[in-house]
Ligand binder design. Structure first.
Ligand SMILES: NC(=O)c1ccc[n+]([C@@H]2O[C@H](COP(=O)([O-])OP(=O)(O)OC[C@H]3O[C@@H](n4cnc5c(N)ncnc54)[C@H](O)[C@@H]3O)[C@@H](O)[C@H]2O)c1
Length: 242
């Protein structure tokens, strides 16, 4: 039995990496999935590669009018059962030399974009639905140059605590799914020495694959996690746990 049969899901930033893998898993589990991306070409390629019941909507989730347009499109196909606020950016710089521009860029997308992605979805969400925000192990593990990024993801973790309480009467569950280092365009694999340093901090001795995060997303999206809300689920090979 498919775990998401008949469900409608939205995955922001679904053209690459974790968002792409999650959208693919959701479609394979029977869901209708809307993905977002900023560039039409990448969006079309992702829709083609995922196949099945997937719709691409172009937009930048840090811009509120784009979010309105996204949900206008989704509305035509019905209510939302699962929302994955995945779009996020990671640029890394020591706090001591951080610029205001860098700070604003990260907070605009990772915090403001994530908050309004959820807020604007609420009128369309089915009671009993599931909200998944993508966090990061960087919020609990001090790592040089990850300060601003980690702070944005700590904010995401905090937002979920509040959504969990504010949405309880509608039985909407909200959880954070926090990956450790995963093989996606966000992680620069062209720097083998940096990767080796990261891998040395991971008990499982390797970086993760996008589909390993996607499998956990299916758990949080489906009835398998019917009594799970307000948590942070780490998919990090143990990196943040030791
Ligand atoms: N890869 C990792 O190691 C890792 C670890 C922890 C958390 N994460 C988080 O996972 C999520 C997905 O990242 P990923 O690793 O798959 O990298 P990625 O670069 O493949 O994915 C990021 C996605 O967000 C989209 N995006 C970026 N800015 C956007 C915007 N303004 N509007 C709409 N979409 C936008 C990108 O187009 C892309 O599809 C992010 O929130 C990231 O912070 C990644």
């Amino acid at each position: 039995m498919s775990k998401l049969q008949g469900k409608v899901a939205v995955v922001t930033g679904g053209t690459t990496g974790i968002g792409f893998a999650t959208a693919k898993r959701f479609v394979d589990e029977g869901a209708t999935v809307f993905i977002t991306g900023r560039r039409q070409k990448e969006l079309d390629e992702a829709v083609e590669a995922i196949g099945g019941d997937v719709v691409g909507v172009r937009g930048d989730v840090s811009k509120l009018p784009d979010l309105d347009r996204l949900y206008e499109t989704v509305k035509v196909r019905g209510k939302i059962d699962v929302l994955v606020a995945n779009a996020g950016t990671g640029e890394f710089a020591p706090l001591a030399s951080l610029t205001e521009e860098h700070f604003d860029k990260l907070f605009d997308l990772n915090v403001k974009g994530t908050l309004f992605t959820v807020q604007k979805a609420l009128p369309l969400m089915n009671d009993g639905g599931s909200i998944i925000l993508i966090g990061s192990v960087a919020s609990v593990k001090g790592t040089a140059s990850f300060g601003t990024y980690g702070a944005t993801k700590a904010a995401v973790r905090s937002l979920v605590r509040t959504w969990t309480v504010e949405l309880k009467d509608r039985r909407i569950r909200s959880n954070v799914l926090s990956p450790g280092p995963i093989r996606t365009p966000l992680v620069d694999l062209q720097q083998p020495e940096a990767i080796a340093r990261i891998v040395a901090t991971i008990p499982m001795g390797r970086i993760g694959e996008p589909d390993e995060v996607a499998k956990a997303a299916v758990f949080l999206a489906s009835d398998d996690s019917s009594f799970v809300t307000g948590i942070e689920l780490f998919v990090d090979g143990g990196r943040g746990q030791v």
